[in-house]
Structure formats: structure tokens, C-alpha cells
Design a protein around this ligand. Structure first.
Ligand SMILES: [Fe+2]
Ligand SMILES: [Fe+2]
Length: 297
């Protein structure tokens, strides 16, 4: 089962059409994901003509399962109203549950829960009390440490039941635009992340979430807490670089419900484990070229 996260297209003046076209080609022809997630900031300013272009560009992807939700840039200039017109499959708030069966393993399913963090004409994000309760309710169905019947806290994925000696496993992914936890070189946390991160982190941990994916600040990163990982995607095709100066996106491979492999890929270039970004982080570097990290030192 392969999931690809493409983030922060920023269609508008800083959009890189050439990179986007290469991205579409390699996703469609080479990587062929089962699910494609577009995690917000489709547009640069939330303007009508930018949404028209976003719709046009995103229709080039041939993946059957495309999940789209808004970012803070999409909610500028009443974009929060326009977004719904162009992408009615995303819920009004951005929160929705998607369930997929692993094509290679009928006993493994994947739950992707999108959480709306963008608010009208605001750069900072929040999940909010009610949406956080909703998230808990949705995830709880698949095992929760608060629930005495919940299982699976110690496994890579949550074991829900057994049938014919085959363990049924569920991988739980939560997707949001803003950062759940701050990462280096991205400025002040009230603009970078969600204001109620403590509540949402608690919900994710209590429900044995395997992976949280975020976009927003165009800085690829990975927080690895063992059972739960938080992966951040860079910008896939815009000039809005921050510290890392390549167009990148993330590839998540779930093998048989047992292990999760998260890679970062340069558009039109190499790929490597996302964890290498953290291992090779240099706090004194002003400009990071991932391509240099990928070539042998
Ligand atoms: Fe962005
Ligand atoms: Fe953003």
C-alpha cells in the first residue's frame, strides 16, 4: 500500500509549473500510489482564478483515491467559501474519514482522518474542542488506550480482531495542514502550528495513531516517537522554500500492515528515508540542499 503526500503547491505567482508537470509524470507513471494526499495551500492567495487553475492541475493526477484539504493560504480572501465550490469532496471544515483496504493484504486496512486546521484569513491553525472530540470518537473505534477494550498500544499497527488465525490490523493516519509540533527553522509556534496541539497530541497518542502528516511551512522533517511518527512534507512545486531548497514530497509505503517506510523525494530527483533529514540536520547551515545529502559524503 503506497500513500504519497504532496503539499503546498501555492498556485499563483510562485508556482513552478515545470516542477509540477514532472511531479505529475513521476507520480502517475512510476510511483503509482494507492492514495494521493494533497495537504493544503493549493493556492497562494485563495483567489478564484487560482482555484480554477488548482482544479485543472490536480485533475492531471490519475490516482483513483485523491484526498484534498485546505491550508491557511487557501482561506485568504474568502477562499474558505470558494474552496468548497472547487473541491466539494473535502468537508466544509476539512475533517473527514477515509478507509482503504490494503490491496496486497485483505487483513490490513488504513484509516486516514483529515483534520481541518485552517481558519478564515488567519495564518495560525487550530483543531478546536469539538473537532478534537470528533477525532477521538472516530479513532476510538479502532482501539483506544482509554477504552478498556482497546488493544494494540505496543504494536506497529492496531490489532482489532482475529479471523481464521489471521490478525486484522489497522494503520491510523491523521492528516492536517498545520504543524502538530514545531520543527527547526520555521519561526514562532503560534503561526507555525496549531494552538491546541496538546489536546490533539493527547488524542493521537491515546488512540494509537501510527502517523500524523503535516505540510504548511515547507520544511521536510520527521519526529519519530517510536509508535507514533509525525512527518512533514516540503513544498512540491513553489518558490516558497524555507531552509531546504528543492521541490520535494513524501512517499509512505505500508508493507503488509507490519512496517512503515517514509521517504522524501526530490521532484525529478533522488529519494532517501525522511529520517535522514533529521540525522543530517546542521543548525549552522543557512541553505540545505537535500540533493547533497543524498550524494555520498
Ligand atoms: Fe504553504
Ligand atoms: Fe500553510
Amino acid at each position: 500500500m503506497r500513500i504519497i503526500q504532496v503539499s503546498d503547491l501555492h498556485i499563483g505567482g510562485l508556482f513552478k509549473q515545470e516542477s509540477f508537470d514532472i511531479l505529475v509524470k513521476e507520480v502517475n507513471d512510476e510511483l503509482k500510489p494507492d492514495v494521493l494526499i494533497i495537504s493544503g495551500d493549493l493556492t497562494d492567495d485563495g483567489l478564484y482564478f487560482q482555484f480554477e487553475q488548482a482544479k485543472r492541475e490536480l485533475s492531471k493526477f490519475t490516482c483513483k483515491n485523491i484526498i484534498i484539504f485546505p491550508g491557511n493560504h487557501d482561506y485568504r480572501h474568502t477562499g474558505y467559501l470558494v474552496f468548497r465550490e472547487f473541491f466539494p469532496s473535502a468537508s466544509a471544515l476539512g475533517s473527514k474519514v477515509y478507509k482503504f483496504s490494503d490491496p496486497k493484504n485483505p487483513n490490513h486496512s488504513i484509516i486516514v482522518t483529515t483534520v481541518g486546521t485552517a481558519r478564515a484569513d488567519r495564518d495560525e491553525g487550530e483543531v478546536g474542542y469539538r473537532q478534537n472530540l470528533w477525532l477521538n470518537k472516530v479513532l476510538k473505534k479502532y482501539g483506544n488506550s482509554w477504552d478498556p477494550k482497546g488493544k494494540g498500544a505496543a504494536t506497529a499497527t492496531t490489532t482489532t480482531s482475529t479471523t481464521d488465525n489471521q490478525k486484522k490490523t489497522v494503520t491510523k493516519i491523521v492528516a492536517m495542514h498545520h504543524h502538530l509540533i514545531a520543527i527547526p527553522d520555521t519561526g514562532y509556534t503560534n503561526v507555525v502550528g496549531i494552538s491546541d496541539a496538546g489536546d490533539v497530541l493527547t488524542t493521537c497518542q491515546a488512540n494509537n495513531v501510527d502517523l500524523v502528516i503535516c505540510g504548511h511551512k515547507h520544511r521536510p522533517w520527521l519526529w519519530d516517537f517510536g509508535k507514533m511518527k509525525i512527518a512533514y512534507a516540503g513544498t512540491a512545486c513553489s518558490w516558497r522554500y524555507r531552509g531546504v531548497f528543492e521541490d520535494t514530497y513524501n512517499i509512505i509505503d505500508l508493507e503488509d500492515g507490519k512496517s512503515m517506510k517514509i521517504d522524501i523525494k526530490i521532484v525529478g530527483g533522488e529519494r532517501m528515508p525522511l529520517s535522514e533529514i533529521v540525522k543530517r540536520y546542521d543548525p549552522e547551515a543557512r541553505v540545505t540542499h537535500i540533493a547533497d545529502m543524498m550524494s555520498p559524503h
